[in-house]
Design a protein around this ligand. Sequence first.
Ligand SMILES: [Fe+2]
Ligand SMILES: [Fe+2]
Length: 400
Amino acid sequence: MTRIIFVDDETRVLQSLARMMRHMRDKWQMEFVDSGEKALALFEHQYYDAIVTDMRMPFMNGSELLDLVCMRYPETLRVILSGQSERDAILRSLDCTHRYHSKPCEADSIVAMLTDAFNTLFSGNSTLRSKLTGLRELPYRADVGAQIKALSRTKSDSLAELTNLVSHDVALTIRILHLANSSFISAPGEVPDISSAVMLLGQDGIAEVNDIVHARNVSNFGCSSDVDTFANDLGEHSYRVACAAARIAKVEKCTTAEIAEIFTAGILHDAGKLALLACMETSYRELLAQCIHDQTDAEQMEQMIYGFDHAEAGRYVLSLLGISKSVVDAATLHHRPSKHSSTVFSAAAAVHFADALFRGNERTQSNSGTQFIDMEYLHHIGCADRTESWQYEALRGIYE
Ligand SMILES: [Fe+2]
Ligand SMILES: [Fe+2]
């Protein structure tokens, strides 16, 4: 049975939570305690799948509690259930919190949020959970961070320029979407694309997230040039894929909102690589070096060594943070779109095509990426006759 601890210093709130969750007792074993100290004491005797905590509490606040839970019990899902007024505390807790939920709230919305997160937590290879649930920060590009800082000092108020800068960094894009989809900013899952997220948070909000991600990167990854180079290369590859996928979406006459979501899916399609680099450290660096030496694809070796590949790692990390389903699907299926249940054009098709094209191009510096394209799938979704214009649009301007 799934085990959950709810923590809130107000007895009245705890009682109300216990009442609201009563109907879940046959599925979830739940404990309700009024302090972080009591929650940690419970953990010493029993493993818990999730902890749901208030933020503002005496002695130990929610962020400090989740920080300790993340260090000691990294496989536990970490959720903050708190009032609207604690934006600064929320920003500081970004790296140790999977989901945020505001209170007061209805029982149904907490149950739906937890059920959705558990679907990810209990899915796939057990190594995924043990290695990736405790992941706090992904390597990011210090050069992009510095440009965002410089832009925020000029107070130019150009959100388009800011979105373009953010889009060059995978880790920052994830963190901004994570925050924008927390219930403190909007309804969870309601902000699927990075330009809407930047617009919602504004220049000051992005500058704050950038400062936090920068500080965490310095303390987690130091000044490793390997990690820097990897984050830079991945950022550039992902941006190219995102631009190409968005152009393909235009050929398919998608709406502006759909194009923005497909662009975001392109940025995040290889997020699993960053997650593996952060969690597997040396072993993943060696794997990547071997792949470059052998001119082979990382996913085969990832499967062989870890039992899952970076597409699966990306699915796990992104969906645990509540990133939108279409973006998660595109990341999950970017190598194997035929596993998609959709029989029409989608973000997964555009991202697969763009990524396959650039995979070959980046390796050989020629237009030979077509060998990686799953033409059977494109026939299946009725897009095969347009791949020439897709290819023309995808490559237009990029290698000129
Ligand atoms: Fe990939
Ligand atoms: Fe890729």
